[in-house]
Design a protein around this ligand. Structure first.
Ligand code: UGA
Length: 444
């Protein structure tokens, strides 16, 4: 079976490489010649653990190719997956479908046999059907069918998520579409992955409802964390206690500085626009969006409070600026709100991130960047943990304390065990756990 994957962003590149790993013949297409040339040299446009080896292995096996020529890839394909970006449109929160319909235009212009076109990008409810109408109009001579096959992979663990998903969702309305997608995902039968066949709109809505529900779960535990701080409870134990109820589940109950990334912020907004359009309000999601926005600013207050009410003239050392670990992605990262706000309050902000600094340098002017975690700590008044990269867990806290002017940690991801930090002589503020004033022993 041959497939064409249009777009070599996160979803396109990972899905294309994983389909090749399943044994399919895959051609990935991107207009950006530079990007294609780099991928062909083995340079991945994104940091994703294991992706470079996966791409190299499948290219060497002859199952995965890259091109800028959409026509060549599409003409031979049994299925064409559209995996281009759907950014939030400036101003109104709608998903911008310019790239999706641009790709459809190109496909319609070159397809020469019956083809299945599958939306893998996250597209607003109704888009796949609109594409179907579009193809019928453009190419009445050919049976071009459509399907919706949303992707649920997470950055940082994208390959595992694709190869061992909780489920696969296929919106199909013809036998042929169903057969082709069943064949594409056949290897997952071995691990008994549920493959859910639904209508087009249902599949599209499952994607938005999933991301909005997860965003709601995070926002819920974040608010519970605030309450924990007030009543003297421990949010991690609360999360465990509620998560062990099988009806709730333990995942996505890790309290933090608010969700970010390329998906939750964009998809919650797009779902709200759909709800508005159909006059079917989603008050819960509206609240989630508002609470999450406010949370980032609240984190600034938490840091200033920990510094005695003001960060003016203080050196703030921030570890982690990406929206989550194991990615270099800065999109909608809480750091983009928190760091400038600290600067605006007069702090000298220094930061280090294992993978995100190249992009972050551009987005966060005025920040002083370190070569490693210790490179930003000399004379710092507070250490803020903003992203839970594994390498921060093993910091030598004695060394950290000796370097800092004030032994003070604000841990917005709860990476440290409070006892260990306090034993090391720090005052410690974390999320949803009682703040602890360390014994603050003499520095030596
Ligand atoms: C998310 C979904 O998890 C994927 O299933 C989906 O395919 C993807 O969006 C998408 O629509 O493309 P991703 O944005 O890569 O994946 O990252 P997540 O791991 O979901 O994290 C999103 C944000 O929530 C991060 O800022 C993270 O720090 C935060 N988060 C996550 C928490 O604060 N607490 C948690 O317990 C989990």
């Amino acid at each position: 079976m041959r497939i064409a994957m249009i777009g070599t962003g996160y979803v396109g590149l990972v899905s294309g490489a994983c389909f090749a790993e399943f044994g399919l013949d895959v051609v990935c297409v991107d207009r950006d010649a530079d990007k294609i040339a780099r991928i062909e040299r083995g340079e991945m446009p994104i940091y994703e653990p294991g992706l470079d080896e996966l791409v190299a292995r499948n290219r060497d096996a002859g199952r995965l190719a890259f091109t800028t020529e959409l026509g060549d890839a599409v003409r031979e394909a049994d299925a064409v997956f559209i995996a281009v970006g759907t950014p939030t449109r400036r101003g109104d929160g709608h998903a911008d479908l310019t790239y999706v319909f641009g790709a459809a235009e190109d496909i319609a212009a070159c397809v020469s046999r019956p083809t299945l076109v599958v939306t893998k990008s996250t597209v607003p409810v109704g888009t796949t059907r609109r594409l179907w109408d579009f193809f019928r109009e453009r190419r009445p001579d050919l049976p071009i069918e459509v399907a919706s096959n949303p992707e649920f992979l997470r950055e940082g663990s994208a390959i595992g998520d694709f190869m061992r998903p909780d489920r696969v969702v296929c919106g199909v309305e013809t036998e042929r579409a169903r057969d082709i997608l069943a064949q594409a995902y056949r290897p997952l039968n071995l691990i008994e992955t549920p493959i859910l066949f639904t209508g087009l709109e249902t599949a599209e809505l499952i994607k938005y409802a999933t991301n909005s529900f997860l965003a709601m779960k995070i926002t819920f535990i974040n608010e519970i964390a605030d309450l924990c701080e007030k009543v003297g409870a421990d949010v991690q134990a609360v999360a465990k206690g509620i998560g062990l109820d099988g009806r709730i589940g333990r995942k996505f109950l890790h309290a933090g500085p608010g969700y970010g990334g390329s998906c939750f912020p964009k998809d919650t907004l797009a779902l709200l626009r759909t709800a508005e359009q159909y006059d079917s309000p989603l008050r819960t999601v509206e609240t989630v969006v508002a609470v999450n926005e406010a949370r980032k600013r609240r984190m600034v207050r938490k840091i200033t409070d920990a510094c005695g009410g003001s960060v003016a003239g203080r050196a703030v050392a921030v570890l982690g600026v990406t929206f989550k670990p194991n990615t270099d992605d800065m999109r909608e990262s809480p750091s983009l709100v928190i760091l400038p706000a600290l600067q605006a309050e007069g702090a000298e902000v220094r930061a280090y991130d294992p993978k995100g600094m190249e992009e972050a340098r551009r987005l966060l002017p005025g920040v002083i960047w370190g070569e490693d975690p210790y490179g930003i700590l000399e004379g710092a008044d507070v250490l803020v943990i903003l992203t839970e990269w594994n390498e921060f867990r093993g910091l030598d806290l004695d060394r950290v304390r000796r370097m800092m002017r004030e032994p003070r940690i604000v841990d917005l991801r709860n990476v440290f065990d409070p006892e260990r930090v306090v034993r090391a002589g720090f005052s410690y503020v974390s999320i949803g756990r009682p703040a602890i004033d360390g014994s603050l022993p003499e520095k030596h």
